[in-house]
Design a protein around this ligand. Structure first.
Ligand SMILES: *[C@@H]1O[C@H](CO)[C@@H](O)[C@H](O)[C@H]1NC(C)=O
Ligand SMILES: *[C@@H]1O[C@H](CO)[C@@H](O)[C@H](O)[C@H]1NC(C)=O
Ligand SMILES: *[C@@H]1O[C@H](CO)[C@@H](O)[C@H](O)[C@H]1NC(C)=O
Ligand SMILES: *[C@@H]1O[C@H](CO)[C@@H](O)[C@H](O)[C@H]1NC(C)=O
Length: 612
């Protein structure tokens, strides 16, 4: 055993100052080598079996201690008497048999305690009494059968209590008496059988999670039990491996006795949703119907502002009665699963005049002969539109004519055919445009016309004809986008960049030219190097002229990692510059020479004598 400990002491390694990691090192005690100044200690996957008042005695600066899966069975009195600074304690995955009542008595500053899968049977076994600053208690994955003892959890600051995957069947009024307002409580994955009438009456929560609690009862039993509660968030979903159940409209009747702003029903099946099903929910603002197996939706909730319909089976967006959600500001129909495509016809969204964010990504959108002026008509307040990863579409001359307020447009991985030379002409407020992997024709000099406020342009993965970023073409492009700060031209097959190609971009602070085929670094293309981050990683740059880097300002940096740099006399000036300016080099340790055995330029610098 001593040998193991010795070996482990060698393995113990400093991560960063007082942050130590000795995870999985076959340790059976805290090594003497560990300084008493350690603040963060990851001691997981070692072997301790019992914790005594001497185990951590010396480590009186501890703030965070991870004891995940250390085989701890016995926790005796006052084990942390010198650890008053401890804030985080993780006891996950220990087969705890005994905890003394005074085990944690010194932990007056503890904020987070995890006893996940720690063989806890009763809430009364947890010596919580002195933990006056406890904010989060995670008791998931134990075998707690009742909430007896919860009335001792009156900790002033307790905000979050997780009781996921225990064996709680009954919730009684007296159990919940001591809970403060505004907590997050999760009962996720318990097979609830009954909730005493009025148990939640007049209680106020930030969130209540009853997802996956429907194996033994209908959802109506839980909703009846929740009568009178107020909560910002209510989770009533299930998980992929939960047994399939069908929710009937009638079962949701008691929702109207709950005051709630946000409900999540992910992965549920609804049998007979009616327009009136949710009508009693006058405060409901957000509704999440992710993967609820829907192909049409006609419910009425006048207060709703945020609707998530991701991963459903809609065939046509018109099968969602948008007119019932006239206050909606956020709508997400991402990842629709109907394989033949999601039809987006004229005016289906037209009633959503307050909509600000629309996500239609990954949904196999079918937009008919021409998009998107009619399809987006009425969305005059739209600010974010995500059309990424969809079927090819034919654009109108001004596809976003109906949405002149757009700030962000994401068309990544979308193949569109233009019907005019300047499709974005009316988007005078657009700040972010993602045209990555779109095969857009960059020889069209009118493409970016109108984009006077553009700050970020992502053109990744569009091949530039001939491989050269020419001054004529790109100056013409960028004259249209004078405020551009971020330019992404990564993976564009670029072999050379002409002088001054980016010179009109006086506000540029980040240029990504990685994953191209550049042989030479050319920084003369930029307006200024005073304050800019240049990413030239993963090109084929062999030599670097020092004049290309020496003007990089104190707040500038360059990434030349993964280039086949020559570490011989040809690059001596550059290498000398790196010696003095290492901090301006991003990913220096991945910046290697192109010798058969790659050597980090770091290494070259410290061994220059032998190389030059
Ligand atoms: C640890 O506990 C033992 C008895 O349980 C006690 O005799 C001893 O004084 C304690 N050690 C310290 C350092 O308090
Ligand atoms: C658009 O959607 C895609 C896919 O769902 C996502 O990866 C991307 O981050 C979204 N874009 C923005 C700007 O949020
Ligand atoms: C498109 O680019 C923007 C900005 O770089 C980014 O936030 C977004 O996630 C990108 N979209 C996809 C699908 O990668
Ligand atoms: C340095 O190496 C590069 C690439 O292998 C080569 O082209 C160049 O001629 C070499 N310079 C000298 C001085 O040997």
């Amino acid at each position: 055993m001593n040998n193991i400990t010795l070996l482990a002491e060698i393995i113990v390694n400093v991560k960063n100052g007082d942050d130590w990691c000795c995870s999985d090192c076959f340790l059976r005690s805290v090594p003497d080598k560990l300084p008493s100044s350690v603040r963060t200690l990851d001691f997981s996957f070692n072997y301790l079996s019992s914790l005594y008042n001497t185990t951590f005695h010396r480590l009186n600066e501890l703030v965070s201690l991870d004891l995940t899966r250390c085989g701890i069975a016995f926790i005796y009195d006052d084990i942390f008497q010198n650890q008053q600074k401890l804030e985080h304690l993780i006891l996950t995955g220990n087969p705890i048999v005994f905890i003394a009542d005074t085990a944690f008595s010194a932990l007056i500053n503890l904020k987070y305690l995890s006893m996940v899968q720690a063989s806890v049977n009763k809430l009364t076994d947890i010596p919580i009494a002195n933990l006056n600053n406890l904010e989060i208690l995670d008791l998931s994955g134990n075998d707690i059968q009742s909430l007896k003892g919860l009335d001792n959890f009156y900790q002033e600051r307790l905000k979050k209590l997780r009781l996921d995957k225990n064996s709680i069947e009954k919730i009684e009024r007296d159990d919940l008496r001591a809970l403060k307002d505004g907590m997050d409580i999760s009962f996720k994955g318990n097979d609830i059988v009954s909730i005493e009438a009025g148990a939640f009456e007049a209680l106020k929560f930030h969130s209540l999670d009853f997802s996956d609690c429907f194996n033994k009862v209908d959802i109506s039993v839980i909703l009846t039990g929740l009568r009178g509660v107020t909560t910002n968030i209510l989770k009533l979903g299930v998980y992929k491996d939960s047994p399939k159940t069908f929710i009937q409209s009638l079962s949701l009747q008691n929702l109207s006795d709950v005051t709630v702003q946000e409900i999540n029903f992910q992965l549920q099946h609804f049998k007979d949703l009616k327009t009136t099903t949710f009508e009693g929910l006058t405060n409901l603002e957000r509704l999440d119907f992710t993967r609820t197996h829907m192909s049409f939706l006609n419910i009425h909730i006048s207060s709703l502002i945020h609707l998530v319909l991701n991963e459903n089976n809609f065939e046509d967006i018109c099968n969602i009665s948008m007119a019932n959600f006239s206050d909606l500001t956020h709508l997400s129909i991402r990842g629709n699963l109907w394989s033949k495509g999601l039809t987006l016809q004229k005016s289906c969204l037209a009633s959503l005049s307050l909509l600000e964010r629309l996500d239609l990504s990954h949904s196999n959108l079918k937009t008919g002969a021409s998009c998107c002026a009619n399809q987006l008509s009425g969305l005059s307040n739209l600010k974010h539109l995500n059309l990424s990863y969809n079927f090819a579409m034919q654009w109108d001359p001004l596809p976003f004519n109906a949405t002149p307020q757009l700030r962000l447009l994401d068309c990544s991985h979308l193949y569109f055919t233009l019907n005019s030379s300047a499709p974005f002409q009316n988007l005078l407020l657009l700040e972010t445009l993602n045209l990555s992997y779109t095969s857009v024709d960059l020889s069209n000099l009118h493409l970016f016309e109108g984009l006077k406020k553009l700050r970020l342009l992502n053109l990744k993965g569009n091949i530039i004809q001939g491989g050269t970023v020419t001054e004529t073409t790109f100056s013409a492009h960028f004259l249209n986008t004078p405020l551009l700060q971020n330019l992404i031209l990564s993976a564009c097959g670029i072999t050379s960049i002409e002088k001054k190609a980016f010179q009109v971009l006086s506000q540029l602070v980040y240029a990504d030219l990685s994953e191209n085929e550049l042989l030479l670094l050319t920084t003369s293309a930029f307006f200024s190097l005073k304050q800019i981050h240049l990413n030239f990683a993963r090109n084929t740059i062999v030599t670097v002229e020092v004049r290309d880097v020496e003007d990089l300002g104190e707040n500038s940096s360059i990434d030349l990692s993964h280039n086949p740099l020559a570490c011989n006399c040809t690059n001596i000036q550059f290498i000398n510059w790196v010696k003095a300016n290492g901090r301006k080099m991003k990913h220096l340790e991945e910046t290697v020479c192109a010798a058969t055995k790659p050597k980090s330029i770091d290494y070259i610098i410290s061994n220059t004598a032998t190389h030059f």
